[in-house]
Every structure is written in structure tokens, then in C-alpha cells.
Ligand binder design. Sequence first.
Ligand code: UDP
Length: 193
Amino acid sequence: ADKETILNVDVSNETYDSLIPQLFHRIEEQQHSFIVAVNPEKIMKAEQNADLRELINAADYQIPDGIGVLLASRLQGGRITDRITGVDLMMAIIREASRQQKRIFLYGAKPGVAEEAKAQLQKDDPNVHVAGVMHGYTDDNDAVIEAINQSQADIVFVAKGSPAQEQWINDNKSRLHASVFQGVGGSFDVIAG
Ligand code: UDP
């Protein structure tokens, strides 16, 4: 994948049109895709914090979620010109998952929120297959892994705030049969309305 480095943080040079086909190809290949959204604030934090930097750089895709990232790329003679926001990428993945009948799991947010987000998504598009949901306040991580694997989800959205959600993905993806993992912050709350 095409990347640039901004203050030692990797940033992917992708568009929705380049990224979506890659992700769905990687589902067929049973390859993991760990996606993190980066904005200038996260890049500045990562510059001061080696653990955070390693976590971000451990992802397969670091999407440029902020105009400041595009500006930084331009200032260093880079080629990243398209902003990809976390929530827009999530919705684009969901649309393609609906088209290809891939299974989605929603993990995170307060009890009831992921259920409500599932209902909203399926109301907007009855073909969306949300195979399971789990709130983000359980201590029983094994139960979370079990629920996701049982659901046979291809795509897992993790809404536990950053960087907790990215840490969770990095720590647990080797035990999960799903392919695509995206940290999506407060998106379930937004979708649930
Ligand atoms: N959250 C969670 N478990 C926790 C802490 C937070 O599921 O232990 C959820 C919280 O309910 C909210 C989301 O994580 O839905 C965090 O949203 P926020 O907007 O704070 O995240 P950001 O996008 O700023 O990283």
C-alpha cells in the first residue's frame, strides 16, 4: 500500500475508490486490514509518545482524517490530497458490504447503542447484514472474541474511543476470524441518533 510518513507517523495515500476494492479483496484473501484514522492532533501526540506511534504504525491503513494532514503532506512535497474521514469510510464499507452480502459486527459504545445503530442501518438499507453487536463496557474480553467469531463477521467496527479501540484491535486481531477492523470512535452514538 502507498504511504507517506509525517513526523514519523505512517499515513496512507488512498481514496475511497482505491481503498474499498482493496479491503474487499483482502476479505476474500482472508487477510487482516486494521484501519486507524489519523488527524493532526493524533500525529502530534504520537510524536511525543513512542507506544502510540508504534500502535498507529502497526495498522495496515492510516487514513488521513483531517485537512491538516493534507496540508502537512503538501508542505513536505507529498501526494496525499484526499481526505478520508472515519465515519465516511465506515459508511462506504457498509454500503459495499451490503452489495456483497458481507457480515458486519458492531463492538463498543454504551449498552443499547450498538443495537440502536444496527436498527438504523437496517432501516436505511434492509440488505445490510449486521451479524452481531456488543457494548463496549464488559470486562469479559473472551466473551467479546467468542461473540465476534460466532457471528462469522467479515468486518468489525470498534467504537471504544482512541487509542483504546486501536489497542484492542492490535491485541486481539490474531484471535479473530474477521478481516476488516476499523476504529470508529463515537460513530455508533451518531448513527443511533
Ligand atoms: N466507549 C466504550 N467503552 C469504554 C469507553 C468508551 O465503548 O470503555 C465508547 C463510548 O461510549 C463512545 C465511544 O467509545 O461511544 C467514544 O467516543 P468518543 O467520541 O469519545 O471517541 P473519539 O472519536 O473521540 O476517540
